[in-house]
Write a protein of this length. Structure first.
Length: 130
């Protein structure tokens, strides 16, 4: 899997819109972003142009109105960001990363149940390979 540049916070905001809406025009992306925080149309356009150059989004220029689409899925991007954080801040220790994540924000009972289920699945996968 090709490693893409790490998106800035502003770029992540635009990627979230694309992940939620799918391929979109600048106007459509701007309309969503502007509801949360006043942002100029040209600011969104410029960010998308930069993101295209970086390889974070691709632009379909077939029609007069260009359509932008994320190059990676939300899951792929999150995984890449976590891998980067894991190495830079936690020396590669997933245990330390998970402990800090759980200490930073209290997990709901539902989230804890999901974490337990994921751990059980991982454990079963390991035993199945032995």
């Amino acid at each position: 899997m090709k490693t893409l540049p790490r998106p800035t916070d502003a770029e992540l905001g635009l990627l979230r819109v694309l992940w939620q809406r799918g391929p979109s025009t600048v106007r459509q992306i701007h309309d969503v972003v502007a509801k949360a925080r006043p942002t100029g149309y040209t600011t969104v356009l410029k960010l998308l142009q930069i993101m295209t150059e970086k390889g974070l989004v691709r632009r379909d220029e077939t029609d007069r109105t260009h359509i932008y689409e994320a190059c990676s899925s939300e899951e792929q991007t999150q995984r890449q960001l976590v891998r980067d954080l894991l190495e830079r801040a936690f020396g590669g220790s997933s245990t330390r990363l998970v402990m800090q994540a759980l200490a930073a924000k209290r997990a709901t009972p539902e989230e804890l149940a999901e974490i337990r289920r994921l751990l059980d699945d991982r454990q079963e996968d390991r035993h199945g390979r032995d």
